[in-house]
Design a protein around this ligand. Structure first.
Ligand code: ATP
Ligand code: MG
Length: 377
């Protein structure tokens, strides 16, 4: 059986020796190299392509989480394990937020092998080794208040919770509110990104994004509506093309209008998740949007989600008949949970995971994970 390759980022000679000794004749783990805790470590990872990077938290070492985050974002397929002086909740939480899969105390060398193997095995689930292509999911709906942002934010978080690298891009350029639902205060947004750079790299996008504690990388909408005009369809196209290879899922929250930027986002997405409430004006808007998607030859990408399902006159089958399109799924109405989660800035898939509305979004995420998208429910 091939061994798991481990690169250890350890400064101390003593610890390097101890690790070498511990794994020198291990039949599952191969210690392929050592590096110091500096930016050169990224080059070494590219060279060795290890399954696991073992980071030792050394005395006075403040940058370990920052390096971890950069490895997590830049090297899918490479799992992170932290060797820490002392385990406490604050450290473990910071480690998880930086993408570290396992934390082991330095004086607990006996647990290290198990932690390394578990980290490597879990990591396989989040990277491209599964053979999956990245998916760009545009969340659209012609009607204001249909639940697009609620669905986009919770869907992105639910995907990230499974360990998939997930980005959320708020392209509601005038009045985007995804940041509010995540309790994020963004100094940098897409407006600053496009003002700062005419051509941007993944590092530029990441430096203008915010890493939410769930693991979702969030590029926020402009802080003020008048900044929306800085963003052109060209920017939107470049942005999607730039970030696509670096994530398993990119979720885009779109406004109801069909501006040039919205159309560009729709055209550059793999799936269009059309969110509609179950009333007559939403049905009317969905019918109109569908007509436009047909004209633009985007209909194939469409999946239909009925949000805030309740006992009313219009049923799921009415939507299917009028739209001539099967409904992928419904999400139940739960105004209280939706409102509370919005006010607290904690997506309900995190804060209230047992509610039917949260389970509905999780089921939706599962469809993307298992690619059961266009077969109806
Ligand atoms: N399943 C649901 N049950 C009850 N209320 C919901 C549900 N989904 C969303 N809501 C509520 O509906 C309102 C509108 O939701 P949201 O902001 O997500 O819609 P939107 O389509 O993004 O709106 P906009 O067009 O303004 O961007 C919010 O108050 C939200 O809490
Ligand atoms: Mg919205």
């Amino acid at each position: 059986m091939p061994k798991f390759k481990v690169l250890a980022v350890v400064g101390s000679e003593e610890m390097r020796l101890a690790l070498r000794k511990q794994f020198s004749s291990d039949d599952e783990i191969a210690m392929v190299g050592f590096a110091a805790m500096d930016t050169a470590v990224l080059g070494k990872i590219a060279g060795y392509a290890p399954h696991v990077v073992l980071l030792a938290q050394e005395e006075g070492e403040a940058g370990v989480m920052e390096i971890a985050q950069r490895i997590y974002q830049g090297f899918p397929g490479c799992a992170l394990v932290l060797l820490a002086h002392r385990l406490d909740m604050r450290l473990v939480r910071a480690a998880m937020e930086a993408g570290i899969r396992q934390v082991v105390a330095m004086d607990d060398a006996g647990s290290l092998k198990d932690a390394v193997i578990r980290a490597a095995v879990f990591e396989k689930g989040r990277n491209g080794e599964t053979g999956r292509e990245p998916r760009v999911i545009a969340v659209y709906g012609g009607k204001g208040g249909a639940g697009k942002t609620t669905v986009a934010v919770n869907l992105a978080v639910a995907l990230a919770q499974t360990g998939r690298r997930t980005a959320l891009v708020d392209l509601c350029l005038n009045y985007g509110d995804a940041a509010l639902l995540l309790n994020i205060t963004a100094r940098d947004t897409i407006a600053e990104l496009v003002q700062d750079k005419s051509i941007f790299s993944i590092d530029d996008v990441k430096s203008f994004s915010i890493q939410h504690s769930s693991g979702v990388s969030v590029l926020c909408s402009p802080a003020s509506p008048e900044h929306a005009e800085y963003i052109t369809p060209r920017h939107v196209e470049t942005l999607i093309g730039t970030i696509r290879p670096y994530y398993d899922f990119v979720v885009i929250d779109l406004p109801g209008n069909l501006s040039e930027c919205t159309l560009t986002a729709l055209e550059n997405s793999d799936d269009i998740l059309m969110v509609s409430r179950m009333d007559i004006s939403n049905l009317h808007a969905a019918k109109q949007a569908l007509g436009i998607f047909r004209t633009l030859q985007q209909e194939e990408k469409l999946v239909l989600l009925l949000n805030a399902e309740h006992k009313g006159v219009l049923k799921r089958r009415d939507f299917e008949q009028v739209l001539e399109q099967s409904v992928l799924q419904t999400i139940p109405e739960d105004a209280k949970t939706a409102r509370l989660s919005q006010e607290r800035g904690v997506p309900f898939v995190i804060g209230m995971p047992r509610t039917p509305i949260a389970q509905g979004v999780r089921r939706l995420a599962d469809r993307w994970l298992s690619e059961r998208l266009r077969e109806g429910a």
